[in-house]
Design a protein around this ligand. Structure first.
Ligand code: 6PG
Length: 237
């Protein structure tokens, strides 16, 4: 089924970063605490997070920050999404969130997934996702050229997981991944996709069309969706 949602096309990645930062800041400013914000990893959102860290009048003391997925590596590993967020959103020292919930690295990947799921359940206050009470207020998602989002990678068993909120994706990338599953990713008041570059053109069109042969096309967000894309990804001239 087509993923409804408005698409906003901006000139390039720099414009996308600025616009996304303002969108996130405005959403936080206009919401009650606690504001649960789930962040994507990867490279696209770096500029947005860096800009966001310098915006003023953002009530970060009411914001709980989560990760939509993580590479199962030490927190100081260059591949770590948590490290990327520390180097961008937290680098200015102006962002002191109510909570920053990184995926635990201790033990095995499965332990980390279970521990993260427990954190989500504790903070949410229920072990069942309630349709009228989304887990997140805003979720930032990226899109891979192969149509993955978070670490919902093509042809992986995690695509069939509808019970757990967090799962291990042991194959498919250099390191094991810990990812939120469809039920958790779909439980957000607003889902903001950030997509930049011509290489994402096909994946973007297929995802927006709800093409279920790619992971992002199978997402059924419960809340609003905004696709913030640059001209190259939108194939706009
Ligand atoms: C990750 C992300 C992943 C990312 C896409 C796009 O951990 O890498 O969560 O889903 O959003 O792979 O990555 P780029 O933004 O680097 O193109």
């Amino acid at each position: 089924m087509k993923i409804a949602g408005e698409m906003e096309i901006v000139k390039d990645l720099e414009a996308l970063s600025a616009r996304a930062a303002e969108m996130i800041a405005d959403r936080i400013r206009g919401s009650a605490a606690p504001f649960r914000l789930a962040l994507s990893g990867g490279s696209t959102p770096r500029g947005c997070y860096r800009r966001l860290s310098h915006l003023h009048q953002v009530p970060w003391d009411g914001v709980e920050i989560y990760l939509g997925d993580e590479r199962f590596v030490p927190p100081d590993d260059p591949a770590s999404n948590y490290r990327m967020i520390r180097e961008t959103l937290l680098a200015s020292g102006m962002v002191a969130p109510r909570g920053l919930f990184a995926v635990p690295f201790d033990g095995e990947a499965e332990n980390a997934a279970q521990a993260y799921e427990e954190i989500l359940r504790q903070q949410y206050g229920s072990s069942r996702l309630l349709p009228d009470r989304p887990l997140f207020d805003l979720q930032v998602l990226g899109l891979g050229e192969d149509g993955h989002t978070a670490s919902l990678l093509p042809n992986e068993p995690v695509l069939e997981e509808r019970g757990r909120w967090v799962a291990v994706v042991p194959e498919g990338r250099r390191e094991p991944r810990i990812t939120l599953t469809y039920p958790a990713l779909e439980s957000s008041r607003l889902t903001l996709f950030l997509v930049s570059g011509a290489a994402k053109k096909e994946a973007l069109a297929r995802a927006r069309a709800g093409d279920i042969t790619i992971p992002a096309g199978r997402l059924q967000p419960q809340g609003d969706v905004i696709w913030l894309v640059d001209r190259a990804a939108a194939d706009a001239d």
